[in-house]
Design a protein. Structure first.
Length: 399
């Protein structure tokens, strides 16, 4: 039995869900409901700066009620199943909600357990991750308390949100240790599963120089496959030709978890059916490939772009435009070109802003600055400009 029907039902009250809801309401749509169990809304891009000792964790958290559009219905529940044939979503408490149009934006699942030994040592033994609100301050604590020894920073294989985050914290840590006069006493390793540190050659060239300047050992085509927190060592395995099979000691370890769509999405008819299980959508229109009244955006969508908040900023207006066209029986004209932005902090005063589309062509918002090089202006944009835009414009459907 359906608990309640809604014209527009949105799963997820994170960046994507709130932004789409705000835009739908500004367009004059009514009966917009958002399924979201959390009482707190986080601006996650700043967690790198929390881990690097640059900002306080508390500044990244606002009450969910403060970002919820006032004319939206907030369903304080967690989605647990979807039946697109019957146009219903079932929640954790058994409530069932019907819809005319469904927007799926539940975010991404952090699969800590997929790296052997990692979950049990998080927050202890020098092991941390900026991918969790409560752990980002621990990252800074471990970095600040490391005076010598070995530091390992690792990125897993497979799609993850904010793919630059695992390397950014390495640069912030190295910059701090240099300022404290300890850089030469710390052996830093950066482990990535890709052939180069970044997929765009011009940016990779400049990052290679930064890595060399800090004296960081870069392990490409490799990933950390197990963590022994008590013994303070990690196993590194090759994932492609030229990768490393080795064991590294560590005094401090920062790693990102493997990630995938939420389990309930993986087991639903919406999934792509592969191991990551993302919502199967057209990469340009963001409409589901089998269910035309279902749209998805954000980290849980199958679009092959970098999973960033900046991508959502470009996806949200496309979703709203195409929902309107679908309801009017018109062709879907909204087109997402794969735009994503990866702000890569390289020190406590500089950042490069990698902006690109599906073709990995750079699409700089500030063409007067070389987007492949770090700039102080970008640093201020990261620390102050982007958070202001997020809370005051993007979540209100204005940017």
């Amino acid at each position: 039995m359906i608990t309640k029907m809604h014209r527009f039902l949105i799963i997820g009250g994170g960046t994507a869900g709130i932004t789409v809801a705000a835009r739908l309401l500004r367009k004059g749509c009514s009966d917009v409901a958002i399924i979201e169990p959390s009482e707190t809304h986080y601006y996650q891009p700043l967690w790198t700066l929390v881990g690097g000792g640059q900002v306080s964790a508390s500044t990244t958290a606002h009450p969910e009620a403060s970002v919820m559009p006032k004319d939206a219905t907030w369903i304080k529940n967690a989605a647990s199943a979807v039946d697109p044939e019957n146009r219903t979503v079932t929640c954790a408490d058994g409530a069932v909600y019907g819809y005319d149009v469904l927007v799926v934006s539940p975010g991404i699942q952090l699969d800590w357990s997929r790296t052997e030994g990692l979950e049990n040592t998080l927050g202890r033994n020098g092991v941390s991750s900026n991918y969790r609100f409560d752990l980002a301050p621990r990252t800074w604590e471990f970095i600040r308390n490391t005076r010598s020894g070995t530091a390992v920073f690792a990125m897993p294989s497979g799609p993850i949100k904010c793919a630059g985050a695992p390397q950014k914290i390495a640069y912030l840590a190295a910059d701090y240790w240099r300022k404290e006069g300890m850089l030469n006493d710390i052996d830093i390793h950066l482990v990535v599963p890709t052939p180069r540190i970044f997929g765009i050659p011009a940016i990779a060239d400049n990052l290679d120089k930064i890595i060399a300047d800090y004296g960081i050992t870069l392990h490409t085509n490799s990933e950390v496959t197990s963590v022994d927190g008590e013994a303070h060592k990690v196993a590194v395995s090759s994932v492609a030709e030229g990768g490393s099979d080795t064991t590294l000691p560590f005094d401090v370890l920062h790693t990102a978890p493997r990630q995938s769509a939420p389990d309930w999405i993986k087991s639903s008819p919406l999934t792509t059916g592969d191991a990551n299980g993302y919502v199967d959508i057209d990469k340009h229109t963001l409409q589901h490939v089998r269910y035309p009244n279902v749209f998805a955006l954000g980290d849980a969508g199958s679009t092959p772009n970098s999973k960033t908040g900046a991508a959502i900023r470009k996806q949200a207006p496309v979703v709203v435009e195409n929902i309107d066209a679908f309801l009017r029986g018109r062709p879907l004209r909204g087109h997402y070109d794969g735009y994503a932005s990866c702000p890569i902090v390289t020190s406590s005063h500089a950042m490069l802003l990698a902006e690109f589309d599906y073709s990995l062509e750079m699409t700089p918002s500030f063409p007067v600055l070389n987007p492949a090089e770090p700039h102080r202006l970008y640093w201020y944009l990261k620390k102050y400009g982007l958070p202001f835009m997020y809370w005051n414009l993007m979540l209100k459907g204005l940017a």
